[in-house]
Ligand binder design. Structure first.
Ligand code: UDP
Length: 453
């Protein structure tokens, strides 16, 4: 732990779980480097201050309640949060800027999630330097920069498209990997990506949760497009000594003792992150596919995993618990610890960026089932570029599921994938060691912040 450096950082996370996790990890890292940390958060999905006793917390009123949020879908919620948070955030930052000079360390800069579009212009008005945190990978940000070209060439799919057409200008992407347009609200995805580009361009630098050994060429492309400095400090959770949960869900630690009893590399860990949902029929196929795979499984079924919000409550005595003999079902898992457990042999994931990076960090092969946003691009890189996983081809049906699980856990192909995954795990580990590329990027970030006057 470095001595306190009398500089305060204002961190403004987006309230989606994966984004909150990344920002709180960044807060811990920069606290350890001597900065004081203030988290400004929305009232929607409030972080637990007791997980971070050294941080100061300030809330802003976004006026969004959980029931309103559940009707909007992810994109609708991103758009609404962006509109509702702009004024309260500016008021909060103005108040903090004007009350400087007391006991609290002076503000060195703002670090805001890149999903908020207004933060750099607010900071500029208040004469505060602003960095953005990009919680996703470099390649998706690059895809966002070429989205207008992809549109011009007619590649942008509509929601639900499974087009296998190759994107010739950007191999190995297929049309179905690109973020899709909702025909009901076609402008929304364009606005979200335009905002992402604008806030990146207007920032004083981009902190990005990836590492050079993973995305060297995409980081190079981004540095050509944007004239601001990039700080790839991933996998950022590996810099944190502890990893307190910033989730409102309580982690079920019983699954670790259950894993302790399973043979090495035998378990398929199944989790689709904090947002993705499937239908009841798909849930049944997943359960039956896991049963047919004849492998032990650890499955996260959180409230919200199924589109019918009451499904979990209605079902516990139903087929799910009948599968418990060979599997374990939890509402929320200590995922990083699960992935590091020797019994885990593969991860069936929705290919969210945090999950992907956490899996890479532990050398766990992935079965990819992307649902929306950057997940299609992440999954394509996992299967075709890094070759550390496979897609769930042929749809969410029990035969396909059982087949894919066996491919990863019981066949030679799975072993080859694991060998490649272990090479990448080593690169990730070297990255965060003293002198490694992410370690150096972190040093450069600290110097950059301290250079702000
Ligand atoms: N996560 C967890 N326990 C669970 C499921 C997910 O701790 O049971 C964490 C996971 O480790 C990751 C985050 O939730 O850090 C999910 O982020 P990701 O970017 O993968 O997906 P999103 O939730 O944003 O779709």
């Amino acid at each position: 732990m470095n001595p306190r450096n009398n500089h305060r950082l204002i961190l403004f996370p987006h309230p989606f779980q994966g984004h909150m996790n990344s920002m709180s990890q960044l807060g811990q890292i920069l606290y350890a480097r001597g900065f004081s940390i203030t988290i400004v958060h929305t009232n929607f999905n409030v972080p637990d201050p007791s997980s971070h006793p050294h941080f100061t917390f300030r809330s802003i009123a976004d006026g969004i309640d959980q029931s309103e949020a559940s009707t909007l879908g992810t994109r609708g919620l991103i758009a609404l949060l962006d509109v509702r948070c702009a004024v309260p955030f500016e008021e909060c930052l103005r108040e903090m800027v004007s009350s400087q000079g007391g006991d609290a360390a002076p503000i060195a800069c703002l670090i805001a999630d890149s999903l908020f579009s207004f933060t750099c212009s607010v900071a500029q008005r208040l004469k505060v330097h602003a960095l953005v945190l990009r919680t996703g990978g470099a390649v998706y940000l690059y895809v966002a920069t070429i989205f207008p070209v992809l549109k011009e060439k007619g590649y942008i799919p509509v929601l639900g498209s499974q087009s296998e057409e190759a994107v010739k200008e950007f191999p190995p992407l297929l049309v179905k990997d690109i973020p899709a347009v909702d025909p009901q609200k076609p402008e929304v995805i364009f606005r979200i990506l335009d905002n992402l580009i604008a806030v990146t361009r207007d920032s004083s630098g981009v902190i990005i949760n990836t590492f050079d050994g993973l995305e060297h060429s995409d980081l190079a492309s981004l540095r050509e497009v944007f004239s601001v400095p990039f700080f790839p400090i991933g996998p950022s959770h590996k810099f944190c000594v502890t990893s307190p949960s910033s989730s409102s869900q309580e982690e079920d630690r019983k699954c670790i003792s259950w894993l302790d009893k399973q043979p090495p590399k035998s378990v398929i860990y199944v989790s689709f992150g904090s947002l993705a949902a499937v239908s009841e029929a798909e849930m049944l196929e997943i359960a039956l596919g896991l049963a047919d795979s004849e492998q032990p499984f650890l499955w996260v079924v959180r409230p919200g995993s199924v589109r019918d919000p009451e499904w979990l409550e209605k079902s516990p005595s139903h087929f799910l618990w009948a599968l418990e003999g060979r599997g374990k079902i939890v509402k929320w898992a200590p995922q990083k610890e699960v992935l590091a457990h020797p019994a885990v042999g593969a991860f069936w994931t929705h290919s969210g960026w945090n999950s992907t990076l956490e899996s890479i960090s532990e050398g766990v092969p992935m079965l990819c089932m992307p649902r929306f946003s950057d997940q299609g691009v992440n999954a394509r890189y996992v299967s075709d570029v890094w070759r550390i996983g496979v897609h769930l081809n042929g749809g969410l049906e029990r035969e396909n599921i059982a087949r894919a699980v066996k491919r990863l856990l019981a066949e030679r192909e799975g072993e080859e994938i694991r060998e490649r995954a272990l090479v990448l795990k080593e690169k990730a580990s070297v990255s965060v060691r003293q002198g490694g590329p992410s370690y150096q990027a972190l040093d450069a970030l600290v110097s950059h912040i301290l250079s702000f006057k």
